[in-house]
Design a protein around this ligand. Structure first.
Ligand SMILES: C[S@@+](CC[C@H](N)C(=O)[O-])C[C@H]1O[C@@H](n2cnc3c(N)ncnc32)[C@H](O)[C@@H]1O
Length: 300
């Protein structure tokens, strides 16, 4: 006879049918414990951080509206920079990028139109006072629309709605500056989310991706689970079901690289072709695996 599951063996997943308002909070605290112990490089394109920061010291200010989860920056810094490299965040807000980079032994400069951290320098992201080809990595978590009031500064791009094309024109100016100051072959990580307001969906992520693609080549696109939003309540979950809309569940992390003609040549030189490989003792025709640009081609 099948053993009945005890309470302790039941999976800790939220039950969406009758989830109490604090359903997610409970779930989150379970995951929190795991993250406390392990700060690991992400291996997939789905990233989920139940809390904003890690470690003994805070990274940025978790009370700042739209603060970035520090784990995102940590992952990018680990993957795409070396100790001593220069990282720049032109929309640094409460300074999460500064705090992460300093702890990791990277040089860092953070700018913002309305700084909220003592080391963030006041500057407009559309005109960065740095030389061409001088930066090793950039991170940007820009406004996604006019949904958050960051400051009263009239040059804040977060005062323009993403339903207005001007929003993307201004972000394109930021993208051009990023392209100008990054060294060839170096990486820009840009966090962005879509908008659904008053029954109108705006694909902010796709539109920004389209814009960035004019200048950069794509390394990858990551989905980051959205947490800590004011709509993360039972009331909003019920509204979403009742009035037939979806709450925003994720953001895009667009990982882009400034093209480098040398790196293309290097990649071609690294190309490996695997003719075939032994697999068990069967006499079946062996499958051919092709490895291009150092990556095994996979599907699905
Ligand atoms: C999502 S927040 C960034 C949060 C930041 N990464 C943190 O962890 O605190 C977006 C930031 O863009 C800034 N911003 C908006 N327009 C800007 C502009 N024209 N130049 C520089 N910063 C700007 C806002 O002041 C805001 O701090």
């Amino acid at each position: 006879m099948a053993k009945r599951k005890t309470k302790a063996e039941k999976p800790m997943l939220p039950v969406f049918g009758d989830m109490p308002p604090d359903g997610f909070t409970y779930q989150v605290s379970e995951v929190k414990a795991t993250y406390e112990e392990t700060l690991m490089l992400e291996a997939t394109t789905l990233w989920d951080y139940p809390k904003q920061s890690y470690g003994k010291t805070s990274k940025g200010n978790n009370k700042y509206p739209g603060v970035t989860p520090a784990f995102i920056i940590w992952n990018l810094v680990q993957r795409y920079t070396q100790p001593g490299d220069l990282v720049v965040d032109p929309m640094a807000g409460s300074g999460t990028t500064i705090d992460v980079c300093k702890e990791q032994g990277r040089q860092v400069i953070g700018y913002d139109i309305a700084p909220a951290h003592p080391e963030v320098i006041q500057n407009d992201a559309r005109n960065v006072p740095l030389e061409d080809n001088s930066v090793d990595m950039m991170f940007i978590d820009s406004p996604y629309s006019d949904n958050i009031r960051y400051s009263d500064n009239p040059d804040c791009i977060g005062k323009i709605s993403c339903e207005d094309e001007r929003f993307f024109e201004e972000l394109e100016k930021v993208a051009k500056e990023a392209y100008r100051i990054l060294k060839p072959g170096k990486v820009l990580g840009w966090l962005i989310g879509d908008q659904w307001v008053k029954k109108k969906f705006t694909p902010v992520g796709f539109k920004l991706y389209q814009c960035l693609s004019k200048y950069f080549e794509t390394v990858d696109v990551v989905c980051v689970v959205r947490r800590g939003q004011s709509s993360n309540t039972g009331l909003w979950y019920n509204r979403a079901r009742r009035f037939n809309f979806y709450l925003r569940g994720f953001k895009y992390l667009l990982i882009m690289r400034k093209p480098d003609s040398n790196s293309v040549q290097k990649e071609e030189a690294r190309s490996v072709k695997w003719a075939s490989y032994e697999r068990g003792k069967t006499k079946r025709k062996k499958p051919k695996l092709k490895m291009e640009s150092g990556n095994i081609a996979t599907s699905g």
